[in-house]
Write a protein that binds this ligand. Structure first.
Ligand code: SAJ
Length: 421
């Protein structure tokens, strides 16, 4: 690929990151092939529809598919640029599972030609891009591989993590700065010229391993800071203090900016990525590990506090507000709210009412529990106790007059207790 020619692009993995990325690249004028292992996902996209919720994604996908700029397939084809955005879960003992990345690399290697650029976007432990390089070198001895060949390599390979926020993905894909980590400086330059086509933020080049670590550090930073807020909330419960008030007051200090406590940390990023650092350097990551445990432990704390309140007040109908892992999205992955609601449903059966505007029906994990899905107005009519697990806007909009007679356990700080003075 020369820098002037519009490249053909393959995006591997059409999930929460891959599909918006494919659509944005297609909008920039490149012909994009999206690869997924699911026939349902491939068919949905080829029909101009989407299988995930994300602000404005439906219109964009419909438009680029209609213009013939984006199509989906199960099969790999030759392409100038390959962007890999597949999951990197963890396995036993929180060890990173690179099988999807390596499988994608193998499939790319099969169709690779001289001049191609391969970019890994999936969150990955330090050293992953070099592992991909070694696999490609093994599978394609006919190609000169960067970092290990003499002279000019035939291909380029870089790690360029996404850092978009679910709910703002299309905006942040364009606006955010990017770290572009090549296996060699030449690889970085190749990847840089590709991202310049659609990213308006600054694109900063570095090494592959620094870019890998940067992504892990960003999410660990957030996890550690949320853990501080969650730890404060548990201390405040012990001391009978309002943690929201204490944090708001402390944040008036010009150099203090404490995050918000909640039911724990969910999603597929912040609750996962710190483990990749801990796994890579177990002896030197006690803070990151403790933060992970504090955030995971918050789920049990909320469960116990809620149970104590239910039993103390003899609550009859208990509204669990929200199942999503955070506000205003339909994503329930690793959701602490979901875990707490499931456990309460097991303990209290048909007393538990779930309010989740982003669910059409209750997840199968509630089957047989007796818990039911109701809307917010029915809950305000019928429930005597409310547990705010997610800060969806619709929950925040309930005025004090409609909830002041209720027993409230406010896990998210959205229904302040006006009666304390
Ligand atoms: N949370 C709190 N208190 C807070 C902030 C968040 O309890 O003050 C909770 C949320 O409720 C949620 C979890 O943390 O359960 C994570 O939510 P989030 O909005 O902080 O982040 P994610 O997981 O949606 O997206 C993160 C982002 N990373 C950072 O902000 C450093 C995003 O930029 C990354 O691209 C994304 O992870 C990713 O894909 O890695």
């Amino acid at each position: 690929m020369t820098s002037n020619k519009t490249p053909s692009v393959t995006v591997v993995g059409l999930g929460y990151i891959g599909l918006p990325t494919a659509a944005v690249i297609a909008r920039s004028g490149c012909s994009v092939l999206g690869i997924d292992v699911s026939q349902h996902v491939v068919d949905t996209i080829n029909n101009g529809k989407i299988h995930i919720e994300e602000v404005d994604l439906d219109g964009l996908v419909q438009s680029v598919v209609a213009q013939g700029l984006l199509r989906a397939s199960l099969k790999f084809e030759p392409s100038d640029v390959f962007v890999i955005a597949v999951p990197t879960p963890f396995g036993d003992n929180h060890a990173p599972d690179l099988s999807y990345v390596m499988e994608a690399t193998k499939n790319v290697a099969n169709v690779l030609k001289s001049g191609d650029t391969i970019i890994l976007e999936s969150t990955s432990p330090v050293g992953t891009t070099e592992k991909m390089r070694d696999l490609i070198s093994e599978l394609r001895p006919d190609l000169k591989i960067p970092g290990i060949c003499d002279g000019t390599p035939d291909i380029s390979l870089a790690y360029c993590p996404e850092r978009v926020l679910p709910g703002k993905i299309l905006e942040e894909l364009i606006k955010n700065d990017r770290s572009i980590g090549g296996i060699t400086p030449r690889c970085s330059r190749k990847a840089l010229s590709f991202y310049k086509r659609f990213v308006r933020g600054e694109c900063v080049t570095t090494t592959a391993s620094a870019a890998e670590m940067t992504k892990l550090v960003e999410n660990s930073y957030r996890d550690v800071n949320i853990a501080f807020a969650n730890e404060l909330s548990m201390i405040a419960d012990d001391m009978g203090l309002d943690v929201w008030e204490v944090i708001a007051l402390a944040n008036r200090h010009p150099r203090v900016n404490i995050l918000q406590p909640g039911p724990g940390v969910g999603g597929h990023c912040i609750a996962v990525d710190p483990w990749f650092i801990i796994h890579g350097s177990p002896d030197h990551s006690p803070l990151i590990k403790t933060a992970r445990n504090v955030n995971d432990g918050k789920v049990d704390h909320v469960l116990e506090q809620a149970s104590k309140m239910i039993d103390r007040h003899g609550a009859k109908n208990i509204a669990c507000m929200g199942l999503a892992f955070k506000a205003n999205i339909d994503d329930f992955r690793e959701s602490p709210a979901l875990k707490i609601a499931e456990k309460l449903a097991k303990r209290y059966g048909n007393k538990i009412k779930i309010i989740e505007p982003y669910a059409e029906e209750l997840p199968a994990s509630f089957d047989g529990s007796g818990a039911t899905l109701i809307d917010i107005d029915t809950a305000l009519d019928e429930c005597d106790m409310f547990i705010t697990l997610v800060d969806h806007d619709i929950f925040k909009s309930v005025p004090l007059a409609e909830r002041q007679s209720k027993i409230v356990y406010d896990v998210r700080g959205i229904w302040p207790d006006q009666s304390k003075f």
